[in-house]
Design a protein around this ligand. Structure first.
Ligand code: CTP
Ligand code: MG
Length: 246
């Protein structure tokens, strides 16, 4: 077992908590790691975020990266995991039936002095400390939110459905497109306001954008893929290395 060893991508970068807002004023940065999904596309009986990966569970990689940069971590789990002991989390709360509802459950558990929140998918175990640091730094520098983005390599078409047929509506300029990942950082009050209506979106930035917030894009990481189907876990095992063999 090598659960305390760090993979090469996790080496310290000089970015660390506590954050400073200038004049020595401490900025309290908390993470919400959402792990309440059932993993229907992955299809395993144990949800994908609880499966073993390179010596520890998928979600432990995500929690450890969040811990290394934040003052505290809220872990959001399904109801049947509410009583599980999770040493890498400061609070464990029960999520909802959608990802957005799970994030709202996490927001309710933040301490009152938290001013920056980083929302991260448990299913993205390869996000580096550096990436957490980059999105937090962007918010500390004045953005309402910050997301990692990687350039898209495929041409993307917007489509329209007519009857049972799908047609191309138009082709956005690929140079303006990025594929967006987590961790995503926000001013806590901006994220709370964006979620106040109970709206749904596939990421938190979409809600902050819709509420008029300014969201910055920082360079994402190609290795930071989300585990969605079993092939993703196989590839991730290769990337993070099998640290169990020693
Ligand atoms: N998530 C959550 N609560 C939900 C749905 C999703 O906390 N109600 C979390 C997942 O556990 C995951 C992250 O949001 O860490 C991204 O979601 P996704 O990859 O879609 O995971 P699942 O929803 O579990 O998978 P699927 O959509 O295939 O069912
Ligand atoms: Mg899902």
């Amino acid at each position: 077992m090598a659960s305390n060893t760090w993979a090469p991508h996790e080496q310290p970068t000089g970015l660390s908590s506590p954050w400073d807002a200038g004049y020595g004023q401490h900025v309290s940065v908390w993470a919400i790691v959402v792990a309440a999904g059932s993993g229907s596309r992955f299809g395993s009986s144990v949800p994908k975020q609880y499966l073993p990966l390179a010596g520890r569970r998928v979600l432990d990689w995500s929690l450890a990266a969040a811990r290394s940069v934040c003052d505290g971590v809220v872990l959001v789990v399904a109801a049947d995991r509410a009583d599980a002991v999770e040493p890498l989390a400061d609070h464990v709360v029960v999520g909802g039936s959608t990802r957005s509802a799970s994030v709202r459950a996490g927001l309710r558990a933040l301490p009152g002095d938290a001013s920056v929140v980083v929302v991260h998918d448990a299913a993205r175990p390869a996000a580096s400390r550096r990436l957490f640091g980059a999105v937090v730094a962007a918010v500390c520098s004045g953005a309402d939110g910050a997301v990692p983005g990687v350039p898209v390599t495929d041409t993307i078409k917007r489509t329209t459905t007519l009857g049972h047929q799908v047609w191309v509506a138009d082709t956005p300029d690929r140079d303006t497109l990025v594929a967006v990942q987590t961790p995503q950082a926000f001013r806590v009050d901006a994220l709370r306001a964006a979620h106040a209506s109970g709206a749904e979106a596939t990421d938190d930035a979409a809600l902050v954008e819709a509420a008029g917030g300014r969201v910055q894009v920082v360079p994402g990481e190609l290795a930071n893929r989300k585990i969605t189907v079993p092939d993703d876990l196989v590839a991730m095992e290769q990337y993070l290395g099998d640290t169990d063999e020693d």
